[in-house]
Ligand binder design. Structure first.
Ligand code: LGS
Length: 446
């Protein structure tokens, strides 16, 4: 085993999101979210699974934090359910809902675990969706007001904030293909939702400069895009796919403009926006979060909208349970690309992990060697990026617990800790034990 050196102070942790783990979605006066409505709509999730109970983390958070400490976790990335704090999405604050995150953060700190707080991980209050949601330009102010409530309550105890999780997935899944809440399928709506997500991000960063004293950033999903062949049609489709997924959000934030390919991707559905919007979007951020799972291999296909290209993993590719190709080198390449394109700011891997078919619990163990291998190869890829001079400050495994994988329900397990959804019993898998060793040796055991 090669010893790998990670920088001193490198932050090791795990990540989750509110709707995927908390359960009790309407408890203590919370307002429903679009995921509450979507998951309760017949046919929208595998097996009709919902987040009604999930990992029951809303009630078991103290035990879950204790488990994190036992594994030696140094950080925990969680998200806030907007509707718990503001049941109507704006206006009235629900102190009981806010109190949950207040207690969670205190419990983390008492256990020596640094909280990283994501403000939006897909659970928009239904009340706001009823007013147009991400299609309503007012949402930038709604989001900044909600964010300010959180900053006032938690900034200082929380030192790393993220505005949005994966805006691309919010729009591609929620507004274009409809697989995620709110389940629209509308080419014209998609770039509008994207733009208002970016404006909301900008407004929340701006509000942070008035209210907060620490660091704020955004979390994006990036997949290096490779052409399926050297056919010029595949190469052109790859460029469009790259613009659509990888540059659509970061170019406006860092450069104040969308990639040129966006007009090609959306055609007549691509709108023009006023200059002041770009000024709002282009707020300076302190860090950038990368969620990395796989690469994309693009084959030109006019029927595959909006980019005219579909993903086609090469023959012989090894796929995870969700059908995603194992491609650890893409993590190195992505981190290097982020530095080269967007500058030398602190980067965090805010998600990385895999859904695998886990063997049943035997003798108190879950022998998920495949996930151990996944983590080992991906940590090695992070290490390569650090050696290449990229300022990677931390790594959060997705996920601490098996949880509700959105419309795929509980069928796909990403946790390093197994959850028995009948008894709520937690069992650390072999990957959790491995990760605990990695943390204890600051990456040496990887
Ligand atoms: O649970 C989600 C994880 C699981 O895989 C988490 O809430 C999200 O932030 C994040 O999107 N997650 C995730 N993404 C992997 C996307 C890979 C798409 C590959 C498609 C290839 C066909």
């Amino acid at each position: 085993m090669t010893r790998r050196e990670f920088p001193k102070g490198f932050l090791w942790g795990s990540a989750t999101a509110a709707y995927q783990i908390e359960g009790s979605p309407l408890a203590d006066g919370a307002g429903a979210s679009i995921w509450q409505r979507f998951s309760h709509t017949p046919g929208k999730t595998v097996n009709g699974d919902t987040g009604d109970i999930a990992c029951d983390h809303y009630r078991r958070y103290a035990d879950d934090v204790k488990l994190m400490r036992e594994l030696g976790m140094q950080a925990y990335r969680f998200s806030v359910g907007w509707g718990r704090v503001l049941p109507d999405g704006n206006g009235r604050v629900n102190e009981k809902g806010l109190g949950f995150y207040d207690r969670l953060v205190d419990t983390l700190l008492e256990n020596g675990i640094e909280p990283l707080c994501t403000l939006y991980h897909w659970d928009l209050p239904e009340a706001l969706d009823n007013r147009g949601g991400w299609l309503n330009p007012d949402i930038a102010n709604w989001f900044a007001d909600y964010a300010s409530v959180m900053y006032r309550k938690l900034d200082g105890r929380v030192k790393k904030w993220a505005t949005l999780n994966e805006p691309w997935v919010v729009t591609d899944g929620g507004y274009l293909h409809g697989a995620l809440a709110p389940g629209h399928e509308n080419l014209f709506e998609t770039p509008i939702a994207s733009h208002h997500l970016l404006r909301a991000h900008g407004a929340a960063v701006k509000a942070y400069r008035a209210e907060g004293k620490n660091q704020i950033g955004i979390v994006v999903n990036i997949e290096p895009k490779h052409p399926a062949s050297d056919d010029p049609a595949d190469i052109a489709a790859t460029k469009r796919a790259d613009a659509y997924m990888n540059r659509q959000y970061l170019d406006p934030i860092f450069f104040g403009r969308y990639p040129g390919e966006m007009k090609e991707v959306f055609g007549e559905a691509w709108p023009e926006w006023p200059a002041e919007d770009y000024a709002l979007i282009q707020q300076k951020i302190d860090w950038l979060g990368l969620n990395y799972y796989t690469r994309g291999v693009t084959k030109a296909d006019p029927k595959a909208w909006p980019v005219g290209g579909r993903n086609e993993p090469p023959k012989g590719a090894v796929l995870t349970e969700t059908g995603w190709e194992l491609f650890p080198k893409g993590l190195t390449d992505t981190l290097v690309w982020m530095k080269e394109r967007y500058g030398d700011l602190p980067l965090y891997v805010t998600e990385n992990g895999a859904a695998m078919k886990d063997p049943p619990i035997a003798g108190g163990r879950v022998q998920d060697q495949h996930r151990v291998d996944y983590l080992r190869t991906h940590l090695s890829a992070v290490n390569d990026a650090i050696k290449a001079g990229v300022d990677v400050r931390g790594y959060m495994v997705w996920s601490l617990l098996d949880n509700l994988e959105w419309s795929l329900g509980y069928s796909k397990t990403f946790g390093i800790v197994h959850v028995d959804f009948k008894t709520q019993q937690r069992t650390p898998k072999d990957s959790a034990r491995f990760y605990a060793e990695v943390i204890a040796s600051n990456g040496g055991a990887a």
